[in-house]
Ligand binder design. Structure first.
Ligand code: GAF
Length: 392
C-alpha cells in the first residue's frame, strides 16, 4: 500500500488543509464468478493493494478532486452535481457524492486527494476500492455512518446508476467488509457471510496476464443478459425461480432446449459455479486444500468453456501454473476477458513459483507478466495520523 503520510503531505501542499485519511482495499476472488448478480455465492479476499482517500472541508461550495494516479484535478459545484458519469476517472468519486445526495444527505464542498496502487484494468477491483474509500471519506465528513453492507450497496449503486456499469455486489462488499487472513463466503441474496481462514502456509499469488479487463465494456453486460434470459426461460415453468441461484442442472436438462445455445452454456456455468463455491468454502474451512484446488480448476474451465469469459493468455497462465511445484489451485479471477489469475500456492514454494510462472508465461505469450504474492487484508477503514499500518 502507498504511504498515507505521503498522501497527507500531498493534500496539505495542494489544498492547505490537514486531511482525514481512509483506505479501501482491492480484492481477488477465489471462486464464484458472475454469480453475484444471480443472487448466488462468491468467495473473495480483500488484498493489500488499496486506494487512499484524504478529505478536508471547503467553504466555497466546490468539490475539488485530485487523483495522483491520473495527475489531474477536477472541480464540481456541490450544489449542482452532474446526473450521469462522463466516462472519466472522476465518475467514481463524484458518483459517490451524487448517490449520497440522492439519499437525502446535504453534500458540502470538500477537497479530496486520491492515490491507489490497485493495478488498473487488471480485474482486482480498483474502481470498487476508489468508491469505497471515497464513500468512507465523504460520509465521515458529513457525519453519517452506514453499516458495511449498506455502504457496499451504495457503492454498487454508484456503478449501476452513475457510472453505467451493471456489476453485482461482490467487489464493493469485500472492499468494505474484508477480514484480515480470511476469505469471505458471501451469500449475495441476503449479504450474510461466513469467514474461511486462509492457512498460514498458503500464499495468494496473483498473476497479471497484462491483458486489460473492463466491466464497462459490452462483454460483461452481454453475459449478464444471457444469464438473465436463461433464468426467464426456467421461470416460465417454475415461477419461484427469480434468479439462477434458485435453478438446478435438472432445470437445464428439462428446458435448456428453449434457450439459445449461449444462454444455456452461461446458465450451466452459473448454476454449477454456485455449487462449487459453497463446496470450496467448506473445503477451505476443513483444510482440504486438494479438494479446493480441484474445484478451482473446474471453475476455471467452466468459466473458459461455458461462460467464454477467459482468453488465450489467461488459459495459458492457468495451464502453466498447473505444472508447477506447490500449486494448490489456479483460475482466472474477476469479471473476465483478461486481468489476473489467482494461484493458491504452498508458501515454501511461492517465490520459486513466481519466478517459474513468469518465465514460462513470457516464453509462451511473449509478454512479461507482473506476479505478486499478496496478503489477505482487512476491509476499508480510517487511518489515524502517525499510525503506519503494517498492512491493511
Ligand atoms: C466484476 C463485477 F464487478 C462483479 O460484480 C462480479 O460480477 C465479477 O465481475 C464477476 O464475478 O468484478
Amino acid at each position: 500500500m502507498h504511504d498515507p503520510a505521503v498522501l497527507r503531505s500531498m493534500h496539505l501542499a495542494r489544498f492547505h488543509a490537514e486531511p482525514s485519511v481512509f483506505v479501501a482495499p482491492g480484492r481477488v476472488n477465489l471462486i464464484g464468478e458472475h454469480t453475484d448478480y444471480a443472487e448466488g455465492f462468491v468467495m473473495p479476499v480483500a488484498i493489500n493493494f488499496a486506494t487512499l482517500a484524504g478529505i478536508s472541508p471547503r467553504t466555497d461550495g466546490k468539490i475539488v478532486i485530485y487523483s495522483e494516479n491520473f495527475g489531474e484535478e477536477k472541480t464540481f459545484d456541490a450544489a449542482s452535481l452532474p446526473a450521469k458519469g462522463s466516462k472519466d476517472w472522476s465518475d467514481y468519486p463524484v458518483g459517490v457524492a451524487v448517490i449520497l445526495a440522492g439519499e437525502g444527505n446535504k453534500i458540502p464542498g470538500f477537497s479530496l486527494s486520491l492515490w491507489g496502487d490497485v493495478p488498473l484494468g487488471s480485474g482486482l477491483s480498483s474502481s470498487a476500492a476508489l468508491e469505497v474509500a471515497t464513500m468512507l471519506a465523504v460520509t465521515s465528513l458529513i457525519g453519517v455512518t452506514y453499516p458495511g453492507p449498506v455502504l457496499a450497496r451504495l457503492c454498487q449503486r454508484v456503478e449501476n446508476e452513475f457510472v453505467g456499469a451493471n456489476c453485482g455486489i461482490m467487489d464493493q462488499f469485500i472492499s468494505a467488509n474484508g477480514a484480515k487472513d480470511h476469505a469471505l463466503l458471501l451469500d449475495c441474496r441476503d449479504l450474510s457471510f461466513k469467514l474461511a481462514p486462509i492457512p498460514e502456509n498458503v500464499a495468494l499469488v496473483i498473476a497479471n496476464t497484462m491483458v486489460k479487463h473492463a466491466i464497462t465494456g459490452g462483454e460483461y453486460t452481454s453475459r449478464r443478459a444471457e444469464v438473465e434470459a436463461a433464468c426467464a426461460v426456467i421461470a416460465n415453468h417454475r415461477p419461484g425461480v427469480k434468479f439462477l441461484r434458485d435453478a438446478t442442472v435438472e432445470d437445464l436438462e428439462k428446458w435448456g432446449a428453449e434457450m439459445t445455445p449461449n444462454s444455456l452454456k452461461r446458465a450451466r456455468h452459473v448454476i454449477t459455479e454456485n455449487t462449487r463455491t459453497v463446496a470450496a468454502a467448506e473445503a477451505l474451512i476443513r483444510g482440504d486444500l486438494k479438494e479446493l484446488g480441484r474445484l478451482m480448476a473446474e471453475a476455471h474451465w467452466s468459466y473458459s468453456h461455458d461462460f467464454e469469459a477467459s482468453c488465450v493468455e489467461a488459459d495459458a497462465m492457468v495451464e502453466l501454473a498447473q505444472g508447477l511445484p506447490g500449486l494448490i489451485g489456479a483460475r482466472l479471477t474477476g469479471g473476465g476477458f483478461g486481468g489476473c489469475t489467482i494461484n493458491l500456492v504452498k508458501r515454501e514454494h511461492a517465490e520459486a513459483f513466481v519466478e517459474a510462472l513468469a518465465s514460462l508465461y513470457t516464453e509462451r505469450i511473449g509478454i512479461r507478466p507482473q506476479i505478486h504474492i499478496c496478503q489477505a487484508s482487512g476491509g476499508a477503514h480510517r487511518l489515524e495520523k502517525d499510525v503506519i499500518p503494517a498492512s491493511l
